[in-house]
Design a protein around this ligand. Structure first.
Ligand code: KET
Length: 444
């Protein structure tokens, strides 16, 4: 009897033991996994949130967790636009689009390639309202998971169909570009872009790197408002770049994450792309509505590739869809509906254009205010670049050590490359920021 009960209890324990054993096996399976290094941009927000000081200022990181903005004292959480009170902004045009969606539209799957209206309207923004390429259906385009997703889908497409190709990426660039092409297994090369001494464009270095790259190379170009430097080529320089690309048969891939944020006018900010189109290039383009519509968390964007003819465009689009299907099947619907409604309605589109200009103008105003404050404090250094650079960021020229002092002594959070997100600077904190920058940069 006792033997029997032992057997029964050991039998009943066995599944538990087996469970434990397999749990142990599981843990040893992943025992070699080390924590990933912190992201140079998103990691800053984590540190910011852990800071208890009421003076803390974030002009570096991006996202805030879901809590009410008012619970974060003097937060300028950046890389994302804030109004002059330091609060996240939902555009009026977006609120109106959401009002129209609420209760009126279904939430079924979008097609694999995403919302047709959103794509049509996105192409008009990038390629021009009356673009012949749109009319001739020469562009393969799919909705993408914002700008990041569009870049990644392109990188995967590049690897699948041109497996021996490489990508040239500017120095410096948005840090995630390196991760994107790395994870798509596309080898990377650098090209010269920024001139640290002048804090402007190294045009001759850029041109010679384009010239020295093997014919037919892939180049990743920031369409406008270069991140992190805020330095864009002039129109004339873009024309020269385009001519050289033509001679070298290079392929330009434009990452356009800030259309409207450079000049305040999305049409003007598409100038570089239009120049390349006039010159008869085949191009690729990643568009994002994160910044210019404030749809950061909605993850809505577009990837397009200009092809030789409609037949090629159909084939390329079908392959892009096939890349998307096993990854995320089809893109999210809400942001796409918002964008479609806004861009499809002339009145709402006008409102959007005014609101984009409003955001860009506020940033331009803050550049002037920051520079003037530094001058008033008697800084002997030149801060001309703050107003010369454009877009969301100011590449301040501060060293990582100076940035560390800003964080440790003044509770100001920004990326260690000295990038200040001007979108997080407000009338209320610009004086505090200028004073702190002056303290850490003044010659001893
Ligand atoms: N391209 C560039 C050049 C860029 O700066 C960003 C975002 C993106 C693409 C992607 O944005 P998306 O949200 O996927 O549409 N940059 C800011 C946010 C981030 O790092 O994710 C930033 O530099 O702060």
């Amino acid at each position: 009897m006792a033997a029997l009960s032992r057997t029964v209890s050991s039998l009943s324990r066995r599944p538990q033991l087996q469970g434990l054993q397999s749990a142990r096996q599981m843990s040893s399976l992943f025992g070699h996994v080390e924590p990933a290094p912190k992201d140079p941009i998103l990691g800053v927000t984590e540190a910011f949130l852990a800071d208890q000081s009421p003076d803390k200022v974030n002009v570096g990181g991006v996202r805030l967790p879901l809590r009410t903005p008012s619970s974060i004292p003097r937060s300028l959480a950046a890389g994302a636009y804030r109004d002059d009170n330091g609060k996240p902004l939902v555009l009026q045009c977006v609120r109106e689009a959401e009002r129209r969606i609420a209760g009126n539209l279904n939430m079924e799957y979008l097609p694999m390639g995403g919302s047709i209206t959103m794509i049509e309207q996105s192409l008009k923004l990038a390629y021009g309202e009356d673009s012949e390429f749109i009319k001739d259906k020469k562009i393969a385009a799919v909705q993408a998971l914002s700008g990041t997703g569009a870049c990644r889908l392109f990188a995967d497409f590049q690897k699948r169909f041109l497996p021996d190709s490489q990508i040239y990426i500017p120095t410096p660039t948005w840090s995630n570009h390196h991760n994107i092409w790395r994870d798509a297994n596309v080898p990377q090369n650098k090209f010269t872009y920024y001139h640290p001494e002048s804090r402007g464009l190294d045009f001759s270095g850029l041109m010679s790197d384009i010239k020295n790259a093997p014919d037919g190379s892939f180049f990743m170009l920031h369409a406008c408002a270069h991140n992190p430097t805020g330095v864009d080529p002039t129109e004339e320089q873009w024309r020269e770049i385009s001519h050289l690309f033509k001679a070298k048969k290079h392929f330009p891939f434009f990452d356009m994450a800030y259309q409207g944020f450079a000049s305040g006018d999305p049409e003007r900010d598409a100038k570089a792309i239009r120049i390349f189109l006039e010159d008869g290039h085949q191009i690729g383009c990643a568009q994002s509505y994160a910044k210019n519509m404030g749809l950061y968390g909605q993850r809505v964007g577009c990837l397009s590739i200009l092809c030789d003819d409609e037949k090629q465009a159909v084939a390329v689009k079908s392959q892009l869809q096939q890349l998307a299907r096993p990854m995320y099947s089809n893109p999210p619907v809400h942001g796409a509906l918002v964008v479609s409604i806004i861009l499809n309605d002339p009145e709402l589109k006008n409102l959007w254009l005014q609101e984009v200009k409003g955001m860009a103008d506020r940033i331009i105003g803050m550049r002037t205010a920051l520079k003037e404050n530094l001058e008033k404090l008697g800084s002997p250094l030149s801060w001309e670049h703050i107003t010369n650079q454009i877009g969301m960021f100011c590449y301040s020229g501060m060293t990582p050590e100076q940035v560390d002092r800003l964080t440790n002594e003044f509770h100001i959070y920004m990326t260690r490359n000295g990038r200040i997100s001007m979108a997080g600077v407000t009338s209320g904190n610009v004086g505090y920021l200028a004073n702190a920058i002056h303290e850490v940069t003044k010659p001893k």
